[in-house]
Design a protein around this ligand. Structure first.
Ligand code: UVW
Length: 323
């Protein structure tokens, strides 16, 4: 229950005052943040988990006929054929020597409109993004802490899947349902896996999977995704655990509306802006979760590299898990 004697913060600045921040930790020019924790040693720890060679991909389909689950206000991807068999059949495209024909298409989409890595400069408050860069650096392009450094490095390490939906005995968590690091630890204990320092933390809520089984009206109704909820202790836990990457099957990786302050996506600022934790959103881990529940192995090698979009605020990705 909320302590009525506690003052509720007016804004993110007040809320996050005095909490850990990694600015400057990797130098004044850093654009990788907590991904710096993913050293070759972490890669080998991930490799050491491989037992069967089973592989899984975590991206949702882009342009599925059902639509793309997206943050309200954004639009789904739009793919169009520019050239196909019909152009050759009716003579709109000239005959190509040797009789070769081909199909071409193009797509317009939000870089955050599918499974994706956010750039560390994607969100901010007080006019300052990750590492203290000015938010003016986002004007016309994310010129500081874009997705490009993440894409150039690639993300490889020991991944751990925590299935919160399964732990709570639900197909998917409810709208606005929250959990914290203590719940993650309890779920991990129940699964028989340890969340270790510098692990890539993957959380399943069942929310994105439910998108494909529900009407859009129901999915987006009173939009408030389930997810991790802010507390000073949770931020300190991420800091102490040196978590490099938070990966979830929700659009924004955290409960949308903080139940205490009413602030929107608080952890984007507490974890991404302040600690440099990379955010990977809109994954579909349901097949992986089924397999982990069946064989009891919840840790694995996690490999992901978003597309190298110059000055991008994010970029699509298809993470690969190897068990
Ligand atoms: C916002 O939270 C605004 O965006 P995303 O979910 O893409 O990080």
């Amino acid at each position: 229950m909320a302590d009525a004697s506690k003052k509720v913060a007016k804004n993110l600045g007040e809320l996050l005052e005095g909490l850990p921040k990694n600015w400057g930790k990797w130098g004044p020019d850093d654009e990788l943040g907590s991904l710096n924790y993913l050293t070759p040693e972490q890669v080998l720890k991930g490799v050491a988990t491989i037992k069967s060679g089973k592989t899984f991909t975590l991206q949702i389909q882009i342009g599925n006929p059902k639509g793309d689950p997206i943050w309200p206000g954004r639009r789904g991807s739009h793919r169009v054929n520019v050239l196909d068999r019909s152009h050759f059949a009716c003579g709109r495209h000239p005959h190509i020597p040797g009789d070769m024909e081909y199909v071409d298409d193009m797509m317009i989409m939000y870089l955050q409109g599918s499974t994706q890595y956010d750039a560390l400069g994607h969100v901010w408050f007080d006019g300052t993004i990750w590492n203290g860069y000015s938010a003016d650096s986002t004007i016309g392009g994310t010129t500081k802490a874009s997705v490009l450094p993440i894409a150039e490095k690639g993300v490889v390490g020991r991944g751990v899947l925590i299935d919160m939906a399964r732990f709570r005995g639900k197909k998917h968590l409810d709208r606005g349902e929250t959990f914290d690091h203590n719940d993650l630890l309890a779920a991990a204990k129940h699964q028989g896996v340890e969340i270790r320092k510098r692990d890539v933390l993957i959380i399943r809520t069942g929310w994105i999977g439910s998108f494909y089984e529900r009407t859009a009206e129901d999915f987006y109704k009173d939009f408030n995704e389930p997810g991790l909820v802010f507390s000073p202790e949770l931020v300190r836990w991420f800091h102490e655990m040196e978590i490099p990457n938070l990966v979830t099957d929700t659009i924004a990786n955290e409960v949308t509306v903080d139940p205490t302050t009413g602030f929107i996506v608080t952890l984007h600022n507490a974890l991404m802006r302040n600690l440099g934790v990379a955010f990977t959103e809109i994954i579909l881990p349901d097949g992986l979760a089924e397999d982990c529940a069946a064989d009891g192995q919840w840790d694995f090698l996690y490999v992901a590299a978003p597309l190298k979009v110059f000055e991008g605020s994010g970029a699509p990705v298809n993470p690969v898990v190897i068990k």
